[in-house]
Design a protein around this ligand. Structure first.
Ligand code: GLN
Length: 473
């Protein structure tokens, strides 16, 4: 096996036994990025020198036995994580040359653990989308078939892990952006509980649902990364001071007697029937391993899509207000004659069409006269969705659903924005409820990966990974 193809666990063993160094491991990843990225466009920025310097430091640490699970392990971060000294674009022209003066908390934690940042991955601009076609720097290709999208918005991270450009990658998930591309690329993607890990230093999209999380080759690897990035943060008051359980140990437990809920609302008419079959086979295998399968109902799931898009657009319109051509990023000050003209010119030139669409939608939904009818109403239905999950979790330990209604689609197939929004139909409701959810590969249809989603109660990351671990691909 080539070094870049190793899982975190395998790489850890090799590093600890001194079979190879972190510099060699890092170089192997840098080489394969050079070779494959022209075709895939998964990575927007490579920080070769910084990576090799960090790898050398990690090798020193390993020599001195000052090791954590991730010391010397090379990874990539979605380009909406602020990284000190390495540009952060959020795949937008408006931040094309932006270099952050500090690290996101999660990046800082990984740095302290000795993980090696290789570079930054492509995404839909500001994480708006489900295909990574919305990037200002061109789309990412799916490594399983380059005529198809990798999913989104963390498409660069998922494609990079699937193509073995790194040991793991960070994604961010607001309505499905870790799970969706993980399903399309055949890798593991964990969206932790809202508040489980810090959002500080991640370019804000929808502050009430954004979460950082790992995209990895295996569940065990996702568990290692999640354990490092979890925890409360003084810089993000929405993080919770809940102890982090021993995920690595928890996932090894069997699932005998666990109650797994299957909500019929997630098996829709019109979805790819072969995808449905793969998910049903996964459910069957859980049953064989001793889990009790229980049919449940989450009737307000059908409102998750309109609720999410009203809330998300509202928060996006507010969060993107900071990109004004004055504070940082692109500025059209030179040619403008007034402050208003600076705003118009900078924002007109800097934002792509999907960001503009969301700013307009959100501004409308929050306007006096419309606020009650749209935003407030959406928040009320969101509360019902949360309560429905709470009621379901009185009966079951975890819920299983498909991650997406179909396999990865071809480029350009979802040009109608509403069609694109439907991609997240199964991932939105756990996001609205702030629950942990994971996508794990469960087979292939037409040679393309299929993912199934396990949803758990708040802070039950260990449980969702434990169940997901029992699904074989
Ligand atoms: N596809 C969804 C959207 O476009 C979710 C994006 C995300 O999770 N960042 O809003």
């Amino acid at each position: 096996m080539k070094l870049n193809e190793l899982t975190i666990k395998q790489a850890r063993e090799g590093l600890d036994k001194k079979e190879f160094t972190s510099v060699e491991l890092t170089q192997a990843c840098l080489d394969v990025i050079k070779k494959k990225n022209k075709k895939l466009n998964a990575v927007l920025t490579v920080c070769e020198e910084e990576a090799l310097a960090e790898a050398r430091k990690a090798d020193e640490r390993i020599k001195n036995n000052a090791i954590s699970g991730l010391t010397g392990i090379p990874y990539l971060a979605k380009d909406n994580y602020l990284t000190r000294g390495v540009r952060t674009t959020a795949a937008s022209k408006i931040l094309e040359n932006y270099i952050a003066p500090y690290d996101a908390t999660v990046i800082k934690k990984l740095r302290e653990a000795g993980a090696v940042l290789l570079g930054k991955t492509n995404l839909d601009e500001f994480a708006h989308g489900s295909s990574t076609e919305n990037s200002a720097f061109g789309p990412t290709k799916n490594p399983h078939n380059i005529t198809r999208v990798p999913g989104g918005s963390s498409g660069g991270s998922a494609a990079a892990v699937a193509a073995n450009l790194c040991m793991f990658a960070l994604g961010s998930d607001t309505g499905g952006s870790i799970r969706h591309p993980a399903a399309f690329c055949g890798v593991v993607g964990l969206k932790p509980t809202y508040g489980r890990a810090s959002r500080f230093g991640i370019v804000a999209m929808t502050s009430s649902t954004d979460v950082p999380g790992p995209i990895a080759k295996t569940i065990a690897d996702a568990a290692i990364v999640q354990a490092v990035i979890s925890g409360s943060d003084q810089n993000d008051f929405t993080t919770a001071d809940v102890p982090v359980s021993d995920y690595a140990k928890e996932i090894k437990n069997n699932i005998k007697g666990l109650k797994i809920g299957v909500p019929h609302e997630f098996f829709l008419e019109g979805m790819n029937i072969e995808v449905e079959t793969k998910v049903k086979e996964a459910i069957e295998s859980l049953k064989k391993q001793g889990a009790k399968i229980i049919n449940i109902s989450l009737p307000h799931t059908k409102y998750a899509l309109p609720v999410y898009y009203i809330i998300t657009s509202s928060e996006v319109s507010s969060n993107l207000g900071r990109h004004d051509g004055i504070r940082y990023g692109l500025s059209e000050q030179g040619s403008a004659k007034s402050l208003k003209e600076i705003y118009f010119k900078t924002r007109g030139k800097g934002f792509g069409s999907e960001s503009k669409r969301r700013i307009m939608l959100g501004t409308y939904a929050l306007s006096a006269g419309y606020y009650d009818a749209y935003y407030l109403q959406a928040q009320k239905v969101r509360t019902i969705i949360i309560e429905e999950f709470e009621a379901a979790f009185k009966e079951v330990d975890a819920i299983i659903t498909p991650t997406t209604p179909d396999i990865a689609f071809k480029f350009g197939a979802n040009q109608d924005p509403l069609k694109m929004y439907l991609e997240d139909i199964f991932t939105l409701s756990p996001s609205l409820a702030g629950l942990p959810a994971i996508s794990v590969p469960c087979g292939k249809v037409d040679n393309m990966p299929v993912g199934c989603q396990i949803i758990g109660q708040k802070f039950a990351e260990g449980m969702v990974m434990r169940v997901a671990d029992k699904i074989s691909n």
